[in-house]
Design a protein around this ligand. Structure first.
Ligand code: MTE
Length: 303
């Protein structure tokens, strides 16, 4: 039951299409296709219709964004203070055109699509989220990746004046993440600028956050201000905090339990008292698309 991941408008989205005409996406020049970009169907599209996205409320009121506090409702309460305009992303390291890329210029150059993805947190809850965004590979192409690059490092904004959570040493700030270059270039890997056709709310990582749907949610770093191409595996916040519990790869794996809880199943957020527990899928249901990235590598030993 793989989830469709391209050309993913459902009936409700179509009737709601005014949402897609929001300003940022118009600036991005992508409203033309209203997310109906004509890329061929991903594997498993047929089975996808049974999967309903979570409500806008679930997605934007139950968050992890520790820079604003560790409670699930802290981000919705405090992230409004984050200034997201102007915004730019420094792209540097092993690229032909290093520099500070203004968000408007990035959005103008990108094609926005809707991608309905499963989202699985390492804490064993999950959602289905209709993101709007573009492939990370397209952004990296703007800067021109050099052949020596093997990894991509990401960094979140660090604004003590706007982020009440960073006064606590829960993690080493700024929040940092990383991917192997082939993971970063995979067409499933996106930078999200919207949810349900609206600009992405601050608590979800405005104005641009990474989404890597086959990995635990903490890899999907929010409010990115820097992307560095490198030939060394970059440090990552959760691995720095506890290397025994959180590896660099962090691929969703129901067969490898967290040292303190099972990863075999997950609680689908939004079910209230009757919240469903559903089996967790290998690589979060994207095995067909991404398993080849890990050919010959033990996902149990290299987590
Ligand atoms: N990015 C930053 N900068 N800070 C964070 O605390 N939390 C991660 C990830 N990205 C986090 C972050 C975790 S643990 C998860 S599960 C997801 O964001 C949650 O994304 P969501 O709140 O949009 O569901």
């Amino acid at each position: 039951m793989a989830l469709r991941w391209k050309n993913t408008l459902n009936d409700r989205d179509v009737t709601d299409e005014a949402h897609f005409l929001n300003r940022r996406q118009l600036i991005g020049g992508a409203a033309v296709g209203l997310g109906l970009a004509s890329i061929g169907a991903g594997a498993g599209m047929a089975a996808a219709d049974s999967l309903e996205p979570n409500s806008y409320e679930d997605i934007t009121q139950y968050n992890n964004y520790y820079e604003f506090g560790t409670g699930k409702d802290d981000p919705a309460r405090y992230a409004g203070a984050l200034t997201t305009e102007p915004w730019s992303i420094q792209i540097d390291g092993m690229v032909d055109k290093p520099g500070n890329y203004a968000l408007e210029d990035i959005m103008k150059a990108m094609t926005i699509e809707e991608r309905i993805y499963r989202f699985r947190c390492v804490e064993a809850w999950s959602m289905v989220i209709p993101w709007n965004g573009f492939e990370l590979a397209d952004l990296l192409a703007l800067a021109g990746v050099q052949s020596s690059a093997k990894y991509v490092a990401f960094e979140t904004a660090l604004r003590p004046d706007e982020m009440p959570g960073v006064q606590f040493p829960v993690l080493d700030w700024p929040y940092v993440e990383g991917l192997r270059l082939d993971e970063a270039m995979h067409p499933l890997t996106i930078m999200a600028s919207g949810i349900y056709g609206k600009d992405i709310p601050n608590q979800n990582g405005a104005p641009l956050r990474l989404v890597v749907p086959w990995k635990y949610g903490f890899k999907s770093i929010k409010s990115v201000v820097r992307i560095t191409l490198t030939d060394k595996q970059p440090p990552t916040s959760w691995n720095n905090a506890n290397a025994r519990e959180y590896g660099f790869y962090s691929n969703v794996n129901p067969e490898l339990d967290h040292p303190r809880w099972s990863q075999a199943s997950e609680r689908l957020v939004g079910g209230g008292l009757f919240a469903k527990r559903i089996p967790t899928l290998k690589l979060n249901g994207y095995e067909e698309e991404v398993a080849s990235l890990y050919a010959g590598m033990s996902l149990k030993e290299t987590f």
